[in-house]
Design a protein around this ligand. Structure first.
Ligand code: HQG
Length: 182
């Protein structure tokens, strides 16, 4: 498998495991897990053949650690980013004092009014450092980094979850907890 093939399969897995399992008729359980053998078989039937070894390599080398196996490697799921309604059953954790969100200028007016909304995903995604937030924001253009006073939010009773791949998740960040650079 070369890098290009890995990327293609990884994108396909994101689509299937986060958004559209029905395109290949894959069953995803309430916690987001799919059966590995079923995934391999149904992907191959839809002209997307890859092996268990390919899957292992993708999980191990994926740049953002997007996917995980369960302990006996019979099930696979995406670590975060779903639009389908599943419960990752993550434990809540005390958030650091600050977390960061990378976005772009054109969303700022709305964010000032509504705060950060989860939009089409299941959570608002926050990064632990500015560098990561910059990468997230630059997917859409020139990145704008917002600092979120997440420690303050936590003390005020908001819940935070840390995904398997180090992304902080929460339901909503009201505008009052965001430091906008003036
Ligand atoms: C913006 C990628 C208007 C928000 C990344 C963002 C991340 C608002 C966009 C992960 C808003 C949603 C998530 C409001 C938020 N009004 N716009 N009130 N509140 N927005 O993709 O955080 O490659 O759903 O700023 O690395 O950009 O998929 O969220 O620009 O970890 O694994 O609405 O996706 O990971 O966009 O990215 P997204 P995100 P993967």
């Amino acid at each position: 498998m070369n890098e290009e093939q890995k990327k293609t399969i990884s994108k396909f897995l994101s689509l299937i495991l986060r958004h559209n399992p029905q395109t290949i008729g894959l069953h995803i359980d309430e916690n987001g897990w799919a059966d590995v053998q079923e995934l391999l078989m149904k992907s191959a039937q839809k002209n997307r053949p890859f092996s268990f070894a390919d899957l292992k390599e993708i999980i191990a080398t994926n740049d953002k650690q997007r996917f995980s196996f369960n302990s006996d490697e019979t099930k696979i799921r995406a670590n975060q980013g779903h639009s389908i309604n599943i419960d990752l059953a993550l434990t809540t954790g005390e958030s650091p004092a600050f977390l960061y969100h990378g976005t772009v200028d054109k969303f700022l007016a709305n964010i000032r009014q509504q705060g950060l909304l989860k939009m089409s995903r299941q959570h608002v995604h926050l990064s632990k450092d500015r560098e990561t937030a910059e990468k997230v924001g630059s997917r859409r253009g020139k990145p704008v980094i917002l600092s979120v006073r997440s420690g303050h939010m936590f003390r005020d009773g908001f819940s935070f979850f840390l995904s398997e791949n180090g992304v902080w998740l929460t339901d909503h960040v009201p505008a009052g907890y965001i430091d906008f650079k003036e």
